[in-house]
Design a protein around this ligand. Structure first.
Ligand SMILES: *Cc1c(COP(=O)(O)O)cnc(C)c1O
Length: 395
């Protein structure tokens, strides 16, 4: 046997996180994470669970009883939504206009579903007329869409219209709200969304580990009357009901520290007010947008479906996106990301989420990006960014 490995004390670099997630974690959330543990069935923890559920309902704008954090990252709440709703033989309609529609497809297929598509180019939202046509053609049982497509910086508008179409065809609607919850207007009940899932490390500014999920009674009735058991034991909502429902019986050990973190992150939302928080994201990301546009860069999405929490900025001609992203990380400890799929090499993805959606971060981003582009020889007017940003913030 070898000797015990000698590993240095943990000292990761001090990054500013403005990529597609994780975002900067609020110091109060970090402090909550050093709170001593209690047992996951401790009466005090049951109280904390109730509070988290209540705070989640507030953030989702829902009265759904079935509003819980799923243990795991956003993909776990995503798989809980799809894996429980989609039964073998069901048809699920998924979008092709971004990376996460593809993940929806993989999950629906693993659940035994048939997948059909509604198309739009990467970088554009779904057109309700196309959704209607897909419903007429395929009569899907479940329709999934991505409210805030992190891979393209597109916000899906017209959500109430999409849910109306689905309900006229007796289908269930699943919304991916991973990059919208707590950052972009989202009204689960008013908009008729049957199931919505999210993640903690985007606009909630919380570390990954406990991921919000909400289902209305209609959706939960479908889950509880399934003929075949859900294929994942861990994510089976009929079993999780025993833990998050009235019984509070053991299913698995909740990630207690992550639940503490989520509670504090949600408390920050309640203090700020959810609508004020949506406004802050629009205002601060709007200043970021004004800054990059003043530099001479172009946003990939027009205003009608611009996504404040994830800004897709076109890479200027002749610039190398990878070199710029690397320069920002090396010189400024600043994280942004490049494009994926059809938009690889075409866009920068700049997050403006939660605790990162602050003028301080935007100032830093604009001045660092201006320097990085200049160092690459890109033809931009870096000096114009900050005045445009300040002017927009003063509006
Ligand atoms: C990040 C993200 C996910 C997946 O979340 P993970 O926490 O990475 O598992 C799903 N959908 C969208 C839109 C996302 O941005």
């Amino acid at each position: 046997m070898s000797d015990a490995p000698v590993v240095d004390e943990l000292t990761p670099p001090d990054r500013t996180l403005m990529g597609p997630g994780p975002s900067d974690v609020h110091p109060r959330v970090l402090r909550a994470m050093s709170t001593p543990l209690v047992g996951h069935l401790d009466p005090s923890f049951v109280e904390i669970m109730n509070e988290v559920q209540e705070l989640l309902r507030y953030a989702f704008r829902t009265d759904n009883r079935w509003t819980i954090p799923i243990s795991g990252t956003g993909s776990a709440s995503m798989e809980a939504a799809i894996g429980n709703l989609v039964e073998p033989g069901d048809t699920m309609l998924v979008p092709t206009n971004g990376y996460f529609g593809g993940r929806m497809q993989s999950m629906a297929e693993r659940a035994g579903g048939e997948v059909v598509h509604v198309d739009a180019p990467w970088g554009e939202p779904l057109d309700p007329a196309d959704v209607e046509a897909a419903f007429d053609e395929h009569q899907p049982d479940v329709f999934g869409f991505v409210h805030a497509e992190t891979s393209t910086g597109v916000r899906q508008p017209n959500v109430p219209e999409l849910t109306r179409i689905a309900h006229e065809h007796d289908a269930y609607v699943i919304a991916d709200a991973v990059t919208s919850l707590g950052g972009v207007e989202l009204r689960v009940d008013e908009w008729g969304v049957d199931v919505a899932y999210s993640g903690p490390q985007k606009c909630l500014s919380c570390p990954p580990g406990a991921s919000p999920l909400t289902l209305n009674d209609r959706a939960m009735d479908k889950v509880l009357s399934r003929e075949e058991r859900v294929r994942s034991w861990y994510l089976d909502l009929s079993l999780l009901e025993g833990y998050w429902g009235d019984d509070r019986a053991y299913h698995h050990t909740a990630p207690i520290t992550n639940v503490y973190a989520l509670r504090e992150a949600l408390r920050l939302i309640a203090e700020e007010g959810i609508e004020a928080r949506w406004d802050r994201h629009r205002r601060v990301a709007g200043a970021l947008k004004a800054g990059v546009e003043a530099m001479g860069l172009e946003m990939n999405a027009p205003d009608e479906y611009w996504l404040p929490s994830l800004n897709a900025v076109r890479v200027p001609d002749g610039a190398d996106d990878g070199a710029i992203i690397g320069y920002l990380l090396d010189e400024y400890d600043l994280e942004i990301a490049g494009g994926l799929g059809d938009l690889a090499g075409e866009i920068f993805r700049i997050g403006c989420m939660g605790h990162s959606a602050r003028p301080k971060n935007v100032t830093y981003l604009l001045s660092s990006l201006g320097d990085a582009l200049g160092a690459q020889g890109a033809d931009v007017d870096a000096d114009a960014a900050l005045p445009a940003m300040t002017e927009r913030l003063a509006d």
